[in-house]
Design a protein around this ligand. Sequence first.
Ligand code: FES
Length: 568
Amino acid sequence: MRSAEWYGGNDRNSYIHRAWMRRGLPADAFDGRPHIAIANTASDLTPCNAHLNEVAESVKSGIYQAGGIALNLPVVSLGETQVRPTAMLWRNMAAMAIEEMLRANPIDGVVLLGGCDKTIPSLLMAASSVDLPAVVVPGGPMLTGTFRGVPLGCGTDVWKLSEEVRAGTLSAAEFTRSESSMIRSRGHCNTMGTASTMGLLAEVLGMTLPGIAGTPAPDSRLLEMSHETGVLIVEMVQKERRPSTVLSRGSFLNAIVALAALGGSTNAVVHLLAIAGRLGIELTQDDFDTVGSEVPLLVDLLPAGRFLMDDFYRAGGLHAVLTEIRDLLDPAALTVTGRPLAEYLDSALVYDREVIRARTSPLQEAAGIAVLYGNLAPDGAVIKPAAASPELLQHRGPAVVFDSVEDLHARLDDPGLEVTADSVLVLRGCGPKGYPGMPEVANMPLPQKLLELGVRDMVRICDGRMSGTAYGTVVLHVAPEAAAGGPLSLVRTGDVIVLDVPARQLYVDIPDAELLARAPSAATVEAFAAPRRGWEKLYVDTVGQANTGADLDFLLGSSGDRVSRESH
Ligand code: FES
């Protein structure tokens, strides 16, 4: 046991380690029993994860049942709706802090409790770099709330209702009234947003107890399977089953296939790339297109479709979907149980064909992420055609350029803004370095005067991200970003931009030499030159671009679980 390095023997050091921990632990706690941390992102300020303390109790009882010692380890937690300026600025900080605490402490394995958007990615990045036996418990989605008798999808319906207010079809008072209906229970957002996507993909990667992902947070089966996860982690320690033994390139390609069939969040692109980067597993942004773009959309969930996560669970859930695309999955990819994921699919059934479609009648034939290139995005940009308007997937129109989110908000609804439904809205200064933190602003609102004319979608281009609960013809993750010297900083209002998703092209229709001869937008350069300190400085100085997962350059790879020195 790794913990024996702290507790074994009879010298002064082991005395100190043991004595300070003897506060109610069983007398044989240091006699070779595995010590398991429960890395717990429960926090009152991460409301989607607030119930994880109860989940931790079930995990704990499973650990004790299997002979282990369970230790609660509160870790950095990110409430997607609460933290400013954007939770993504803190994803790598959370991953780095969790990694160091897993390595520094006397533990043999870890159960990772996450839910809200950035929490499962940061936990998996950390666990991959330490490479101790690790298993995820996804906290699960909330139940569906209703407003005026109609189900509400968290996030997605906030955008829809707020656009209705701007279009004058919903009063401000009614909008406020809908607030208390939006969040019905404990759990994370109930659409196929980033939290749902990453919880499900954690299982597709093989990093959860098979069958747990997608279980609604208030469902008693979540606690039952949390207990089982506690039992499992003790076995994983005994068998030395680590992230590096579970995860392979095949696991990640399975996740890409599942992402498309589920209609999952575009944020999964940066998160999966970052996790793979910690393990040194070869994965590129292009893999999302080559492996996933032709995969059909089978799940009719918001934002691409109609239903919500508890409908999905009722309809058969993740395994039912994976059964439909089983031939596209790597059958050898393992799970934390030591058995391949494919072995768990034999008994899966679909109970509602409205929610989970058959392979022969998909919602869309080809639904994965498309990766675009051209003189606007030499290192690529992504679009989710499943959430876009089909008629806009090939489009040519004049750019209306905004230098920052503040610039967008100041001018978007100006009656004098020269914009038509054919215009292409360009928002820059929102990449990892530029904002900093790559916020979810790419799905920028449409100009009021066009909304009033009934326009509901336009081509939008940004170096930032888009909320997993958003929809629209939005090109995002443009790399390099404007603040890193990308050509997005050279575009001017009036330039003609061409989007051709079938041809995978995104370019501004002027000769490359003319484009590159321009000076970058002064506002972008100025914002980037702002003085910084602390985490923000470290982040801006070392963060990579979206096409490689936006991790810090010195966090790539693994440092393992060894700590060779101590100060006692
Ligand atoms: Fe936490 Fe949506 S805000 S999952």
